[in-house]
Design a binder for this molecule. Structure first.
Ligand SMILES: Cc1cc2nc3c(=O)[nH]c(=O)nc-3n(C[C@H](O)[C@H](O)[C@H](O)COP(=O)(O)OP(=O)(O)OC[C@H]3O[C@@H](n4cnc5c(N)ncnc54)[C@H](O)[C@@H]3O)c2cc1C
Length: 497
């Protein structure tokens, strides 16, 4: 019987395992698989802590973007659609810190494009000259060709510097933990480049898209990067209630638990770090992959899907393909941290009517963003007595903050919350999660890098790469990537069986 080894038990690896398990259950194939995970748990960046007294604390992602179909498809197959929850959009307000004061993000901003006139005219987020400059988007000629550029350069060119500083930087760069001066627009928000080419103006393009959306099923926007496009949801999905960001009742970990629960536990190995992947050829020329494990064992497989991030993948393939490893290493990864704090509502003089706030780099603050988790999501705190706040630190331009000691991080977060929100009481509880080298950066040239990686990997039949490092960092993209890799492996093995 042929065997596939899946390396990495994040959502990408679990999605790959799930697809193969389903094919096995359906009796379609006669192959075996194993999943090898370095750490002591599966889930990777998706990590929810649920306390006995009813707090739901997200360590990594707290939601997913609903405009891509792959989580919904997976949840449907798993039969856990009832666990999906919408954000509390009646409180959907986000504040942005400008010159030390909070200004509300106006309604109708799609990605970074204003689509509604009155909220745009009346907002105090931009000055009159800033608004005028943004309106120039309607008249500025499009770039001659559809070539890549950084997010910063694009926004400056179309909407001006104020829009970059006050909107695009905190809004977009926050999602990617990235530096907009380095981010490849083609790899992250290709739709903006396409709109410019098609409509000559982003404002016109976005309004046309919104109109089309009202007539047709759904707008797919771009959080999570990769090949974001405008596509339609299937009818079954269109019928259920959606908000732009969605989560699971028990936190994002629900998704991991659901996938894990249907996998064959005899095939899942935790504390199983793969150090190196070797390749030997059988007499008939077919490859056998030898996985050298940290405990000294060697596991053989007919095919391998590497679902670890690019830097880890590079270390594994260094010996069999230095060029591939070197290209993988070209993808930068940045570090960040989240700090969750619970306060008694009565101790904090704040109404928490909103989803939280974003802090542009230029404000010179140490924190990047703050989500009022208990306002954004129902069921994150028990009863009505507490509020849960989540603060983000680190990212491309302030990575060092992710490595501060607990004491220093706590001090910084409390001092920022005091100064920005007037919170000067001790939290009831606090959780710190660090994510070293966790977020792949889609910098200029990313798509070319991915193409070179794909060309190299094609020279190793039976070896596949999947996950956040390549064509989308968001959870839906990772699911899609893992599922596609599983399909490719099944095809490969059935062809060579
Ligand atoms: C703080 C934070 C917030 C985020 N927020 C959001 C959000 O709100 N929405 C969203 O869509 N996305 C968000 N993301 C991004 C998203 O969570 C990740 O891109 C996604 O979960 C990555 O999944 P993955 O399986 O590709 O990688 P990972 O989750 O990194 O999994 C890879 C796995 O491979 C294992 N591994 C590594 N090396 C080896 C080895 N040698 N042998 C065996 N196993 C190995 C690792 O231990 C890990 O478990 C966030 C990320 C972070 C860090």
């Amino acid at each position: 019987m042929k065997k596939v080894a899946i390396i990495g038990g994040g959502i990408t690896g679990l999605s790959a395992a799930y697809s193969i398990q389903r094919a096995i259950n359906n009796g379609n194939i006669d192959i075996d698989y194993i999943l090898l995970e370095k750490s002591s748990r599966v889930g990777g960046k998706i990590l929810t802590e649920r306390t006995k007294d009813g707090f739901v604390i997200e360590g990594g992602p707290d939601s997913f973007i609903s405009t891509k179909p792959w989580i919904f498809e997976l949840a449907k197959k798993l039969g856990c659609e009832d666990k999906l929850i919408c954000s509390n959009d009646d409180l959907k307000k986000t504040q942005i810190l400008v010159k030390g004061r909070f200004r509300e993000l106006p309604d109708g901003i799609m990605l970074v494009v204003p689509t509604r006139i009155m909220p745009f005219i009346t907002t105090n987020l931009f000055s009159w000259s800033g608004k005028l400059r943004m309106a120039m988007d309607l008249f500025i000629p499009k770039k001659k060709e559809l070539s890549d550029e950084t997010l910063s350069s694009f926004i400056r060119r179309r909407f001006g510097k104020q829009c970059l500083d006050r909107l695009a930087d905190p809004l977009v760069a926050g999602v990617y933990s990235s530096d907009p001066e380095q981010m490849s627009l083609q790899a992250t928000f290709p739709i903006l480049l396409e709109m410019e080419q098609k409509y000559g103006s982003l404002t016109r393009g976005m309004i046309a898209t919104m109109r089309a959306r009202r007539k047709a099923p759904a707008l797919v926007s771009n959080q999570g990067g990769g090949n974001a496009r405008l596509v339609a949801h299937s009818n079954s999905q269109a019928s259920s209630k959606r908000t732009l960001h969605m989560s699971f009742r028990g936190g994002m970990q629900d998704l991991i638990d659901e996938v894990y629960s249907v996998l064959d536990k005899n095939k899942i190995f935790i504390n199983a770090a793969v150090l190196k992947v070797d390749k030997v050829l059988k007499n008939n020329g077919e490859p056998i992959y030898c996985l050298h494990m940290a405990d000294g064992k060697v596991i053989q497989a007919d095919a391998v899907i590497i679902c670890a991030l690019s830097n880890d993948a590079a270390a594994m393939v260094e010996d069999i393909d230095k060029q591939l490893a070197d290209t993988l290493k070209e993808i930068p990864l940045v570090s960040s941290a989240t700090v969750s704090l619970v306060y008694r509502k009565k101790d904090v003089k704040h109404d928490f009517k909103g989803f939280g706030f974003l802090v542009p780099l230029g404000e010179g603050r140490k924190i990047k963003a703050c989500t009022w988790s208990s306002s954004k999501w129902s069921g994150r705190v028990p009863g009505d007595e507490y509020v849960l706040i989540r603060v983000f630190l680190g990212g491309a331009r302030t990575q060092e903050l992710a490595f501060l000691s607990d004491e220093d991080m706590e001090m910084i977060v409390k001092s920022e919350l005091k100064s920005l929100m007037g919170i000067d009481v001790e939290p009831v509880s606090m959780w710190i999660f660090r994510w070293p080298s966790a977020m792949p950066q889609y910098t200029m040239g990313h798509l070319d890098r991915v193409k070179r990686i794909e060309e190299r990997i094609a020279t190793h039949p039976g070896m596949f790469l999947a996950g956040a490092s390549y064509r989308g960092v968001g959870i839906p993209d990772c699911i899609n990537s893992g599922t596609k890799a599983a399909e490719a492996v099944l095809k490969y093995l059935s062809g060579s069986a």
